[in-house]
Design a protein around this ligand. Structure first.
Ligand code: C5P
Length: 408
């Protein structure tokens, strides 16, 4: 199972900042994802969040002092830093960054950062501060120095701040930090690749307020975009109308109709080395979309509606020169209701793609879990029931294997 956080042990360090409230959620997400989390808090952090909360969420006693007598050797800074797969400081205050730069060690959290084995315990920082503090030359100088000393700075968000000002310096949201952490722990199997992926339904207008669409949620395509970016690919996501946040580091192009989706895909194709079509593109669209709302006139008559077929985006891309010459690797999806192997195998040949991913439509639309059947020239392989995030990581690995030099 390709579950990036399973079995990982993280030290989550909280320094002083109002963003501590987000770290409670972050801790919960990490534990839910299968990590063990050892929370360490500075005295300033305890002004914003109690150790009791963090203990309840992490399921482990929180450390706040280097004089903690619970440790038989009285060396929590050594004991806590040796087993960690990473130390994450979130929130990381301006003061804490300055302390790291100076190699200060007069309280437990900075002490254990200094005591960590540099070559095997990475230090990740999620800064949080007022925008003026963030922009100050002292902070920027310190950030450059901690990075030169080997820390990984996850960046900050932009927006309204607790102080009432607006700008850079907000701590990343817990979900964003999870994505950054996942990327950190993921082997860069798609480094150098540019992935273009379609996701979600399309919406084919009947008039300005009505249209034809379907129940695709876009979750699988978004998970693939996220997993590919974690694996080092540059990712462009062409999304139909869905209510999903853009995965971090992914370029998103929003479209409505199949023809808009096709135009967006065409505009990006020259850059792409992998194309994955997960979108549930409407097969047909109304031949004419009315400019004005079609009114019910009370006569009981229903409007006649003619349909035309939409372009098959995947088949067109798979038939293009870059795909035929092997420069562009194409992956199609098939949502079937029965006889998955038979129908998906036939679809692979019909679409002309090297890899086709089958799934059962009613079991996947709108769901967080799915199961996939991979079909290529060599045969088929099942990726059993799992979350779409896990399946997306597995699929990325399968694609990376097929792109590896020497793969037949
Ligand atoms: O023909 P069908 O819709 O079953 O094929 C599914 C596959 O083709 C999916 O990968 C889907 O994204 C893609 N497709 C497309 N353009 C269409 C119809 C399907 O790219 N018009």
């Amino acid at each position: 199972m390709n579950d990036v956080f399973a079995g990982k042990h993280l030290v989550l360090g909280l320094s002083g900042g109002v963003a501590c409230y987000k770290s409670a959620m972050l801790c919960r997400l990490l534990v839910q994802a299968g990590a063990t989390v050892q929370v360490v808090m500075t005295e300033a952090a305890e002004q914003f969040m109690t150790a009791v909360t963090m203990q309840a969420l992490s399921g482990r006693a929180v450390y706040t002092s280097q004089w903690d007598v619970r440790e038989p050797n009285n060396m929590p800074h050594i004991n806590l830093s040796r087993d960690a797969d990473a130390i994450l400081i979130a929130p990381c205050s301006a003061d804490f960054i300055a302390r790291l730069v100076q190699g200060r060690s007069d309280e437990l959290l900075s002490l254990l950062c200094l005591a960590r084995p540099l070559e095997r315990v990475p230090l990740l920082l999620a800064p949080a501060m007022n925008r003026e503090m963030w922009a100050h030359p002292a902070t920027q100088r310190n950030l450059a120095q901690v990075q030169a000393d080997g820390a990984l700075v996850l960046g900050v968000g932009n927006g309204s701040q607790a102080c009432g000002e607006t700008g850079d310096g907000r701590m990343l949201e817990p979900e964003e930090i999870m994505e950054e952490l996942a990327a950190h722990f993921t082997a860069k199997r798609l480094q150098g690749q540019h992935l273009l992926v379609t996701a979600g339904p399309t919406f084919e207008a009947i008039d300005p307020v009505r249209g034809i669409t379907n129940l695709s949620s876009g979750k699988m395509g978004f998970a693939i975009a996220r997993a590919a970016r974690e694996a080092g690919a540059q990712v462009t996501l062409v999304a139909g109308p869905v209510h999903l946040p853009t995965p971090r580091g992914v370029t998103r192009i929003d479209v409505q109709s199949a023809r808009q989706m096709q135009a967006a895909v065409q505009s990006q194709l020259a850059e792409a080395s992998i194309f994955i079509a997960t979108a549930a593109v409407a097969d047909w669209r109304p031949a004419e979309a009315a400019d004005r709302k079609i009114k019910k006139d009370g006569s009981g008559e229903v409007p006649a509606m003619a349909f035309v077929e939409n372009p098959d985006i995947l088949a067109a891309v798979a038939g293009s020169e870059p795909a035929r010459s092997g420069k562009l690797y194409c992956v199609g999806f098939a949502a079937e209701s029965h006889d998955l192997l038979k129908h998906a195998s036939a679809k692979r040949l019909r679409k002309g793609v090297p890899l086709l991913v089958g799934n059962i439509g009613p079991a996947t639309f709108g769901k967080d879990y799915n199961a996939l059947l991979l079909i290529d020239a060599g045969g088929s392989k099942e990726l059993p029931h799992a979350s779409k995030d896990v399946l997306a990581r597995q699929l990325v690995e399968e694609i990376a294997q097929r792109l590896a030099p020497g793969h037949l």
